[in-house]
Design a protein around this ligand. Structure first.
Ligand code: BTN
Length: 247
């Protein structure tokens, strides 16, 4: 992963760039990484925008071909990627990061990174996977509404961090997790994921159908839905069905 590396100074979105390569039937090697100093139309989950100060953060997309993965198990790819980023931050930088379901990267109560995976299916399998990763590295000033919600490696470690070093560590650790996925070690992947899951087994507030509710995350199912204990009953939620309320 990352052997084939392309660095762009400016692009709309590195995910779009890879999509365009596929649309033009350009040959793409599995493991290709496209990184950009600036994205002028960076995208986040649920049609949100991904904002990142030019040259200060890590924004890249990785191309994988997980042909072996049935579409119904595609969430395990999210798990492998989140685990890889998390391990890189922990092992190489000593940051006690967590994964906020489904695949945000958190430090304490603040978001430091996000993942946008776009899979192209063929029948019941994944044909192409575009994995976009954004991680705040040296940005120290955030716009007003993000101030209490966002952080960066520099703010956490109190020193400048080398962006390419972070990329290198993430690629290394994602490769390890991807090999686990390829050898179908799904339980091991899930155990590691839950071990670092934000608010796992801790009572927390959620907004569900516009209502605030206290619930406790007790697990995820095979489709990657969140299992919550609400009023002593286990309920299952998809990504769009609930929102965390973080103080
Ligand atoms: C999220 O937290 O909502 C996901 C954010 C994903 C951002 C990355 S930055 C590189 C890649 N290109 C994009 O346009 N988005 C992803």
């Amino acid at each position: 992963i990352g052997q084939n590396f392309i660095k762009l100074s400016s692009v709309d979105s590195t995910n779009n760039f890879l999509k365009q390569c596929l649309a033009n039937s350009e040959p793409l090697t599995e493991g290709t990484v496209i990184m950009a100093d600036e994205q002028f139309a960076g995208r986040g989950q649920l049609n949100s925008k991904w904002l990142s100060e030019t040259g200060k953060n890590l924004t890249f997309s990785l191309y994988l071909k997980p042909h072996f993965l049935p579409a119904m198990h595609q969430f395990y790819l999210n798990i492998a990627i989140s685990n890889g980023i998390n391990r890189a931050l922990r092992d190489a930088f000593g940051i006690n990061a967590t994964i906020k379901w489904p695949n945000d990267i958190y430090y304490e109560n603040k978001k430091i990174g996000g993942v946008l995976i776009e899979n192209i299916l063929s029948g019941h399998h994944i044909k192409h996977s575009i994995i976009g990763i954004g991680l705040n590295i040296n940005q120290s000033i955030f716009q007003e509404e993000l101030k209490t919600k966002a952080s960066s490696l520099q703010l956490i470690l109190q020193q400048r961090v080398n962006i390419l070093q972070v990329l290198n560590e993430i690629c290394k650790h994602i490769e390890v997790e991807y090999l686990k996925l390829r050898s179908n070690k799904l339980e091991l992947l899930t155990t590691d994921y839950l071990a670092h899951l934000f608010k796992y087994k801790l009572p927390s507030l959620f907004r569900i159908n516009g209502e605030e509710k206290l619930g406790t995350i007790v697990g995820i199912n095979e489709q990657g839905n969140l299992m919550l204990n609400l009023d002593d009953k286990i309920s299952v939620f998809g990504f769009k069905e609930l929102e965390f309320i973080i103080d």
